[in-house]
Each structure stands twice: as structure tokens, then as C-alpha cells.
Write a protein that binds this ligand. Structure first.
Ligand code: NAD
Ligand code: MG
Length: 357
């Protein structure tokens, strides 16, 4: 069992990490848990984890909503359905919303919590590796719009995050690997020692060894918490968390939905960013090699799909990270360090992408 504190003044909260955390949800949240609780989940997750959660909440007034499973349902229709339910069931300002699921459920539930009655208590129980190390920490909530992902949302911090690593046992291999890509990202941008630790514990992590998993999740949450505490609203440092994402989003947008998972696209994106950094003399060849070898050890893609430069450019320019018409790239400058770089010639980027395909 491990704990991470997210320090944001009066909006501070604790992340609880370990085995059997679902069963401990009430005890770890005892002092503040609301009488009225509303759980948002989906059928894939609820078949395993709803009952165990309900079992520890018998002293509370609890209702739940199962949204349909999939990124395409993280939208205003699901949001409106949940609001209708909360209002018709008489939920009031003192209620608490619990997200039980991956990042899709967490993002939607968080936006519901941020806006129902101008904001009610919110609890995260992330059940995918990606949501445990990334989306449940930091307070970004959102729904998608037909014109783009996460276009409607709010910064809204939870009261607590409960990470039960046992939940990962039912996750598909692919979804598990997807989360590993974000873990590697933290090592690259922030912590050379953690990267080194990952290099030496890749096998245990792949086998979901509980101690290795708990440590990797804890260190990832600490890094994200640290970055968010320094830059909650992404004015600077928080942008480093987007390493690999500008290229990754282009891959996700250009390929058919589901062909590449987010983590797979980020992995290929990290390779392009690292190569770009090496080619522009910012990253050593040996550090590039270590990054590539670690992603390979986790069986993550290190080559990107072959698409015309015009497509890359179009999708990258649509990315929210484009400011004042210039492409900004997060580039690793060493293991454990990264920088936001502009002013790279498009021809250089195009050549690097071709090399990585
Ligand atoms: P997801 O929520 O779609 O989960 C992936 C799949 O795993 C789904 O089919 C889900 O039902 C299933 N699942 C969840 N937990 C399971 C379990 N324990 N056992 C078996 N199946 C399980 O995807 P995700 O990768 O968790 O999250 C992606 C979403 O997170 C995207 O919408 C993305 O925009 C968002 N995100 C948000 C932030 C943020 O800061 N708010 C950061 C990163 C990503
Ligand atoms: Mg990501």
C-alpha cells in the first residue's frame, strides 16, 4: 500500500495505491464520504467491480449509471442523461460522484461532478493502467464534441483517488501496455532514476508483479502530481506531459478508430520526438537507444504508420498544443529531462518522420 499527496492548497488530496483498495474505499475515505453517492461506470467494468464497491457502501444512499463503453460515448448526450438521472432522483449539492472505470468514465464523471449544482464532491476509482497513472490525477475533466476531443470541460480536482491494482487483472494486454507507454514517458521527461528502475524491472512489470506495479504507479502519480502542483493550468511545465502526444494524436486521428491505442500512438510519437531531438543535436544517440530499447521491452511500437507529410501536418496543426500558428514540440534533451522547442524546420520534421516509418 502506498500513498501520494497532491498538493494544491485547499484542493489537495491523497492517492491510495495497492491491492484490495476497492474493499478499503470506505475506510480510506471515511471522514468525508457523502451520504448520497452516485457511481458512474460502464458494463465492462461494472460486471467485475460494481458489486464489491456497493458492498462497502451499504450505509449510504447509492445509485449508479452505466454509460455505454467507448470513447464515442464521452459526449454531451451521456452527460445530459446522467444530469437527468441525478435531478430526477433528487440528488442535492451535498452528494458525491464516484467514477469507476477507465479514463473515459473518469473524464465524463469529473465533468458531471464539476458542473452538477455548480460542483459536487468527486472521487476517482480508475481501473485501467492509463487512468491510474495519468487521467485520474491532475483534475482535467472533459467530454468530446463532434469537432474534436475534450473540447468541453473543466479543471476540477477529486477529493481522492483510489487505485486498486487488482483491477488490472481483467484488463486486456493491449490496454495494459498502453498504460506502460505513459509510465515510460514520466521517466523520460522527469526522472532518470525512475527510467533506470524501469529498465531493470521491465519483466516484472509486464508480468504485473504487485510490488513492481505499485512502485511504478506510485512514482508516475508522484511525478504527475509534482508537475500539476507546479503548473495546474498548463501555463508551462505541464506541457512536458505531452511528450509524444503531438505525433501520437496525429496517428490516432489519421488511422481508423481502434487501430492504434492511445499508448501505442504515444510510444511511436515518443520515438519520433526523440529522433527529432537527436537529429537536432539535443539528445545523445545513446539516450535515444535506451528510450527505444525500453519501449521495445514493453512490446510497444517504435515505428509509425506511413502517411503523407501533408496529413501529419494537418493533424498536428489541429492539435490543441499549436500556439500562434507555430508547431511546438516536446523533445527529450536527456533521460530525465525535456524541453518545449519551436523553430524546427518542417523539412527536418518530415525527414525524421520518414526515417521512423
Ligand atoms: P477507456 O476508459 O476507454 O478504457 C479502455 C477499455 O478498458 C474500455 O473498454 C473499458 O471499459 C475497459 N476497462 C476499464 N477498466 C477495466 C478493467 N479493470 N478490466 C477490464 N476492462 C476494463 O480508456 P483509458 O485508456 O482508460 O482512457 C482513455 C481516456 O482518457 C480518453 O478519453 C482520454 O482523452 C482520457 N485521458 C484523460 C486525461 C486527463 O488528464 N483527464 C489524460 C489522459 C487520457
Ligand atoms: Mg496520454
Amino acid at each position: 500500500m502506498a500513498e501520494v499527496q497532491v498538493s494544491l492548497g485547499e484542493r489537495s488530496y491523497t492517492i491510495h495505491i495497492g491491492n484490495e483498495q476497492l474493499a478499503n474505499f470506505r475506510t480510506t475515505n471515511a471522514h468525508k464520504l457523502n451520504k448520497q453517492l452516485f457511481i458512474i461506470t460502464n458494463p465492462t467494468v461494472s460486471q467485475y467491480y460494481l458489486k464489491p464497491l456497493l458492498n462497502v457502501l451499504t450505509d449510504h444512499h447509492v445509485d449508479f449509471f452505466e454509460m455505454r463503453d467507448g470513447e464515442q460515448f464521452k459526449n454531451l448526450d451521456s452527460y445530459a442523461e446522467i444530469m437527468d438521472r441525478l435531478i430526477s432522483k433528487g440528488y442535492n449539492r451535498d452528494c458525491g460522484i464516484i467514477a469507476l472505470g477507465g479514463g473515459v468514465v473518469g473524464d465524463l464523471a469529473g465533468f458531471v461532478a464539476a458542473t452538477f449544482q455548480r460542483g459536487v464532491d468527486f472521487y476517482q476509482i480508475p481501473t485501467t493502467l492509463l487512468s491510474q497513472v495519468d487521467s485520474s490525477v491532475g483534475g482535467k475533466t472533459a467530454v468530446n464534441h463532434p469537432h474534436g476531443k475534450n473540447l468541453i470541460g473543466a479543471f476540477y480536482q477529486p477529493k481522492s483517488v483510489t487505485i486498486d491494482i487488482d483491477c488490472l487483472q481483467t484488463l486486456t494486454e493491449r490496454d495494459f501496455r498502453s498504460g506502460l507507454a505513459e509510465i515510460v514517458k514520466y521517466g523520460i521527461i522527469y526522472d532518470a532514476d525512475f527510467f533506470h528502475w524501469l529498465e531493470h524491472h521491465a519483466a516484472e512489470l509486464k508480468q504485473q508483479d504487485p510490488d513492481a506495479l505499485t512502485y511504478a504507479i506510485k512514482r508516475s502519480c508522484e511525478i504527475k502530481a509534482d508537475v500539476v502542483a507546479k503548473d495546474e493550468r498548463e501555463k508551462g511545465l505541464r506541457a512536458l506531459l505531452n511528450l509524444g502526444h503531438t505525433f501520437g494524436h496525429a496517428i490516432e486521428a489519421a488511422t481508423t478508430y481502434g487501430e492504434w491505442t492511445h499508448g501505442e500512438a504515444v510510444s511511436a510519437g515518443i520515438i519520433i520526438a526523440s529522433k527529432l531531438s537527436e537529429v537536432t543535436q539535443r539528445l545523445s544517440a545513446s539516450d535515444f537507444r535506451r528510450i527505444k530499447e525500453l519501449l521495445t521491452a514493453f512490446e510497444l511500437p517504435t515505428r509509425c504508420p506511413d502517411m503523407p507529410w501533408e496529413s501529419w501536418l494537418e493533424y498536428m496543426q489541429r492539435d490543441k498544443k499549436v500556439k500562434d500558428d507555430q508547431l511546438h514540440f516536446v523533445l527529450p534533451t536527456a533521460i530525465g529531462q525535456a524541453d518545449v522547442v519551436k523553430d524546427i524546420e518542417h523539412t527536418t520534421v518530415a525527414a525524421v518522420i520518414t526515417e521512423c516509418c
